[in-house]
Design a binder for this molecule. Structure first.
Ligand code: NAP
Length: 239
């Protein structure tokens, strides 16, 4: 497949490397231009391009940039991208370490990817947000292997979700349907699924237990869990 990636950091580069290994044609972009991506190209085998070229290279597009930068993307980035091309969103909200407070993400009405979807003006598929970037090349296993890590996939577009779930399987992970984008709070930071590398059985069981609707108590608990994690990460990086 032709796959375009907007964002060439931890996740963009890890995905590019694995996808080129699988034989896909990957075009990758950052904010500073293709001339700054020589090292990434060498490491991943992907072709450096502009963000417009990455967004139009494709059967699948991945947007993987810091959440706070999503509104900086050109409003017409996907204007000429056919409706049947899935746009993957890998975002997480890191208010303390990176993004600053976004009150609209703290009321519990919107999930993080619903906010991204509103800004992009385009339906998105949420996936790859709850696995560490370094686990993408190291934790993939053939289908059927015991202990294979599962990744949740959420979207309001059923066809796009199916196409992305097939890609997740190809990358060596079980794809677990996490429902609509409004239900994707279950894979956000602070939840038991976040960064936990659970198997499909465990992840499915967890989602059944949590149910589709986030309660106020759950929302408060997960925000607090994530704030604790962010503070620990900040302390670690300053020590
Ligand atoms: N790191 C992880 O393990 C991990 C795991 C799961 C999900 N995530 C989430 O995935 C997203 C990306 O994370 P990351 O760790 O890969 O980020 P990162 O390493 O900081 O890389 C960010 C990339 O986005 C590019 N970028 C920033 N603003 C842009 C813009 N306006 N237009 C085009 N490109 C832009 C940057 O390009 P320049 O360098 O040129 O500015 C850079 O290539 C975040 O929401 C993060 O929370 C991360």
């Amino acid at each position: 497949m032709k796959i375009g990636i907007v964002g060439a950091g931890n996740i963009g580069s890890a995905l590019a490397m694995q996808l080129t290994k699988l034989g896909h044609s990957v075009h990758i972009a950052n904010s500073r231009g293709p001339e700054t991506l020589k090292d990434v190209a060498e490491k991943t085998g992907a072709t450096p391009v502009t963000i417009q070229e990455a967004a139009s290279h494709g059967e699948i597009i991945v947007v993987t940039i810091p959440l706070k930068n999503i509104p900086d993307l050109p409003k017409d980035l996907f204007a000429n991208v056919p409706e049947n091309v899935p746009v993957i969103d890998t975002s997480n909200y890191y208010p303390i370490l990176r993004d600053g407070r976004m009150p609209e993400l703290e009321t519990g009405d919107l999930t993080e990817s619903e906010w991204v979807q509103q800004h992009l003006g385009r339906k998105v598929v949420k996936v790859f947000n709850n696995i560490h970037a370094e686990h993408i090349p190291t934790k993939g296993l053939p289908k059927g292997t015991a202990g294979r890590v599962a990744l949740p996939v959420a979207s309001d577009d059923a066809a796009a979700k199916q196409k992305v779930m097939a890609l997740v399987e190809e990358l060596g992970f079980d794809a677990v349907d996490d429902g609509s984008l409004h239900e994707s709070w279950r894979q956000q930071p602070g939840t038991p699924a976040y960064g936990a590398d659970l198997t499909a059985d465990k992840l499915t069981g967890l989602f059944e237990k949590l149910g589709p609707k986030r309660t106020e108590a759950q929302h408060a608990e997960y925000l607090a869990n994530h704030a604790k994690l962010e503070r620990e990460m900040a302390a670690k990086s300053s020590s």
